[in-house]
Write a protein that binds this ligand. Structure first.
Ligand SMILES: Nc1ncnc2c1ncn2[C@@H]1O[C@H](COP(=O)(O)OP(=O)(O)OP(=O)(O)O)[C@@H](O)[C@H]1O
Ligand SMILES: [Mg+2]
Length: 494
């Protein structure tokens, strides 16, 4: 299917987010759409698929002007959108989600569960995943939920599939499965729009790339004709220099020590410590138990045994309240359900975590509120209307910056960051690394869980590798490399 979007304009209130933007998609190509957080990528695709209406501009599909009023209309025409924010119903099962509104029925309209289960199995096999079809969505990992979304799109006979950051929460093998599917779809003539901040994936997978900057169309290129540096230059209009900023911090006393931490079958006998000013990277395959260990430290997951010492004193942490009181801040990997109150504003989100800073003797102080929130927006370069911008309407990467601001201002002694740069553009990633370095310089003990190996290697003083709930080794950042981490993460020894 050929798609041409021309002269697209769109404003939300006074915020002009698309300015004469364009997009040109050919039959059977994988076309990357890139741009900084808030550049307008998701919005442009939502206009194509009838989620939003454009203020002006034209859209042609196979030469004919179209204007879909709803996503259902676009889907009927063969254009399917897999959203960045998952669009699943968490209380329903996998099959129920897959067949939502498209149930296979027997006579008298009774659902044919057997047929639906069979078809669900077939689709999953095609993608190479094995998710129990009768599991309730809320019990699945974010990665599995994402995979269900992808399968849902594959059930429709689509001619164009738009994937908005599909791999942000996928395991390596799930990602591989997805790439295989994309390649076979391409062979069948299906076109894919691939939105991602992961440069390596774009260069591995895509045929062409279109870049948006501040809502404007910058250009479309053949991938084989350009380099990653060219892409960065087009995206942000300047060079960003070193990807991982240097940190020159004197590492101090031990701040946190964990001894023999165990929780059922999830993880056992976890031992590590982090010093003031130190960044401990935590690597491992997805599902290795990294997040669970962090959840237990934060009192969100029950532990059976083990001791936690903060500044030499043993502490009891049975719930997040006790963790916060002990000086732990936690930025979760799942900003949508845990990190942010999406229907609240930036201001409210920052204030809720920092009530002591914005009040005098328990009375809210308007001035202090304003100052703190403005500081957050400035320091973290949150792209928004202002303090009252609802978090729902921020772009993905900007939501992540609000989560960071929220926790950094609580002045934690220990800050746990779980996948802090997921869905964040290359410029903003560097801003987040700078923030991590500043925190370390202030003496915060930083624990950073990340699935992006270059990031773990670029940012950590030491790297703890977890596999199947067990710490397989702690490497010195100076002599760690991808091969060593992967060896430990997959069960080998050095
Ligand atoms: N429903 C909405 N109401 C108001 N503003 C919105 C809405 N949706 C998006 N915006 C604004 O439009 C701009 C573009 O957002 P969009 O989500 O398209 O960015 P993006 O390029 O997809 O970014 P990211 O990489 O972070 O996902 C942002 O400034 C965002 O705050
Ligand atoms: Mg987006």
């Amino acid at each position: 299917m050929n798609i041409e979007m021309k002269g697209i304009n769109k404003a939300f209130g006074t915020n002009q987010v698309l300015k004469d933007a364009g997009f040109y998609l050919k039959d059977g190509e994988v076309h990357a759409l890139m741009g900084e957080n808030g550049a307008g990528k998701s919005t442009l695709m939502k206009i194509l698929t009838g989620v939003y209406t454009k203020d002006s501009g034209t859209v042609y599909v196979d030469g004919e002007e179209v204007s879909y009023k709803t996503p259902q209309e676009a889907e009927k025409a063969g254009i399917v959108f897999i959203y960045q924010e998952l669009n699943v119903l968490f209380d329903l099962t996998v099959v129920e989600n897959l067949f939502m509104g498209k149930e296979i029925t027997k006579k008298f309209g009774v659902c044919d569960m057997k047929a639906m289960r069979k078809k669900a199995h077939e689709v999953m096999e095609k993608v190479g995943v094995n998710i129990p079809v009768d599991a309730v969505m809320s019990e699945l990992s974010v990665g599995q939920q994402q995979m269900v979304e992808i399968c849902k799109a594959l059930m429709v006979d689509a001619k164009v599939i738009i994937m908005d950051e599909p791999t942000a929460a996928l395991t390596e093998s799930e990602t591989e499965g997805l790439f295989k599917v994309i390649n076979s779809l391409r062979k069948k003539g299906v076109s894919i729009v691939y939105i991602s901040h992961r440069m390596e994936e774009i260069f591995q997978l895509c045929d062409r790339i279109t870049i948006l900057r501040d809502g404007e169309y910058i250009g479309t290129k053949e991938i084989k004709d350009i380099t990653m540096d060219d892409v960065v230059q087009m995206m942000i209009g300047r060079e960003i220099g070193e990807r991982f900023p240097k940190r020159d911090v004197k590492i101090g006393e031990e701040v946190i020590k964990v001894e023999g931490l165990t929780s059922g079958k999830v993880f056992h006998d976890v031992n590590f410590s982090v010093r003031a000013g130190e960044v401990l990277g935590v690597a491992g395959l997805m599902g290795a138990g990294r997040t669970e260990i962090m959840q237990a430290l934060f009192g969100n997951l029950k532990k059976d045994s083990g001791k936690i010492y903060i500044e030499g004193k043993e502490v009891t942490i049975k719930n997040p309240r006790q963790a916060i009181a002990a000086g732990i801040g936690f930025i979760t990997e799942d900003r949508k359900t845990e990190g942010l109150l999406l229907e609240k504003s930036i201001a409210e989100n920052i204030e809720i975590a920092n009530l002591n800073k914005v009040s005098n003797h328990q009375v809210l102080d308007k001035n202090k509120q304003d100052t703190l929130v403005k500081k957050g927006i400035d320091e973290f370069k949150v792209k928004c209307f202002g303090p009252w911008h609802e978090c729902n309407n921020l772009s993905g990467g900007n939501q992540q910056k609000v989560v960071l601001a929220k926790w950094v201002y609580t002045d934690p002694k220990i800050l746990i960051l779980d996948e802090p740069t997921r869905g964040v553009d290359i410029g903003a990633k560097k801003e987040i690394y700078n923030i991590i370095n500043e925190l370390a310089a202030k003496g915060v003990a930083v624990i950073m869980v990340s699935s992006e190996l270059p990031e773990v290697l670029g940012m950590s003083d030491r790297i703890m590798v977890v596999r199947e709930g067990e710490v397989r080794g702690i490497l010195d950042g100076k002599d760690a490399d991808q091969a060593k981490i992967m060896t430990l993460a997959t069960g080998g020894s050095l």
